[in-house]
Design a binder for this molecule. Structure first.
Ligand code: SF4
Length: 398
């Protein structure tokens, strides 16, 4: 049985069988270790995204059976209170390195006491989304495009989430009523040619509801570009099943922006999922948040970008981490991102180079930041430096 009901292509049939089919022996050792924490659970459960969601790890007792918690983590889990709570799919937990307190997977999903420290520059809504929201659930910051928030729920809650003010399993303000108002707004604003469906995570909705939203937007004549922003292929790859792919394919092209932060997130399962999406005509891009102690190293980012290309995901944005409340332990100086870009530009394939951006505090939108390759200018002459530091002169036409 193929629990995901995925179509098997010649190219990836071996991998697909390894990953999705057969006996529990075919799960990775780490996956089996986690699975046995759930009484009576089987590999079929593991492959079922609903089971993964229902069994998300939310308490200290279970997580401390997987890794030894540090004092900072214990305090973080205890102190998180009504803030963004801990919620980790068993699959994502299986990626944690048991004995590494610096594990990049662990740092993204387990709260620490550092989240309780608030710095002056931090904000609840750093990108000013709420002040650019003409109707609930819709952000209209740039004239020709909108961000359509359709779900407050995610498979896993990232500790640095820029929308931590609104995401969480217990928040429920987005519903069919808000969807219809948002769609009406898009219909009545003819300059909107691009819609990004996001959240929370839109892939937490049922296929039926997602289809209704995608269809409704695709039917608007002036909308020519539709994207879905999601982290589900990384945190809950089981969710990308054939019925979901069929919905996206039916209304294609529907682009997908996937949030990846570390090359360790690109597992054999994730490779299969990206292959399936790409094989079915869904163009893939990535979004990465620059995070201290997780990926703020040129070698890590370069490897992530290379691994993304290998699974047909085009690196799209590298974000400066937004100054949300309690995020100082994740944020890096701007110079770190610039140095990373310096180490990419000219040093690897152009396709592997994302745009480094700051989503400016206060709602100014994204501003690209890059190393400066113009050394000086004199009349029609530009003195430029290349990736090796050698200088060249460009002459503008007079
Ligand atoms: S998946 Fe996205 S929206 Fe959800 S918690 Fe992570 S960053 Fe926030």
């Amino acid at each position: 049985m193929n629990p995901l009901n995925l179509k098997i292509t010649e190219k990836n049939s071996n991998l697909r069988k390894d990953v999705f089919l057969g006996s529990p022996g075919e799960l990775s050792q780490e996956e089996r270790n986690i699975l046995q924490l759930f009484d009576g659970a089987t590999q079929e459960n593991w492959e079922d995204w609903r089971w993964q969601l229902q069994n998300r790890i939310r308490c200290k007792e279970i997580i401390s059976r997987i890794i030894e918690l540090t004092q900072e983590e214990e305090e973080g889990i205890d102190g998180v209170g009504s803030k963004l709570h801990m919620s980790i799919t068993p699959y994502f937990a299986s990626l944690m390195e048991k004995d590494n307190i610096h594990c990049p997977i662990r740092k993204q999903c387990i709260p620490t006491s550092h989240e309780m420290k608030v710095s002056d520059e931090e904000m609840v809504d750093p990108c000013g989304e709420d002040s650019h929201s003409p109707v609930h659930g819709l952000v209209h910051r740039y004239p020709d495009r909108v961000l359509f928030l359709v779900s407050e729920m995610c498979a896993m809650y990232c500790r640095f989430c820029t929308r931590s003010r609104m995401v969480g399993d217990s928040h429920r303000t987005l519903n069919t009523n808000t969807y219809e108002k948002a769609i009406e707004y898009i219909k009545s604003n003819k300059q909107i040619r691009d819609v990004l469906i996001s959240g929370g995570d839109p892939l937490m909705l049922s296929n039926e509801l997602l289809e209704h939203l995608v269809k409704s937007i695709k039917e608007i004549p002036h909308v020519e570009f539709l994207r879905i922003g999601t982290r589900v292929p990384v945190t809950l790859p089981q969710r990308i099943d054939q019925p979901l792919i069929d919905v996206l394919k039916k209304y294609g092209p529907v682009w997908m922006s996937i949030h990846f932060n570390h090359f360790k997130e690109i597992t054999p399962r994730v490779k299969v999922v990206c292959d399936s999406l790409a094989d079915n005509g869904i163009p893939l891009g990535s979004q990465t948040v620059l995070l201290k102690g997780i990926n703020d190293d040129p070698k890590i980012i370069k490897r992530l970008m290379h691994e993304l290309l290998k699974v047909r995901v085009k690196p799209y944005y590298l974000y400066q981490c937004d100054p949300i409340v309690g995020s100082s332990h994740f944020r890096t100086p701007l110079s770190v991102g610039i140095k990373i870009m310096e180490n990419l530009c000219g040093h690897t394939t152009g396709y592997a180079i994302p745009t480094f951006v700051i989503d400016t505090p206060g709602g100014g939108g994204k501003i690209p930041v890059s190393p400066n390759y113009i050394v000086s200018q004199e009349n029609n002459k530009y003195f430029l430096r290349n990736y090796e530091g050698k200088q060249y002169i460009h002459h503008d036409p007079i």
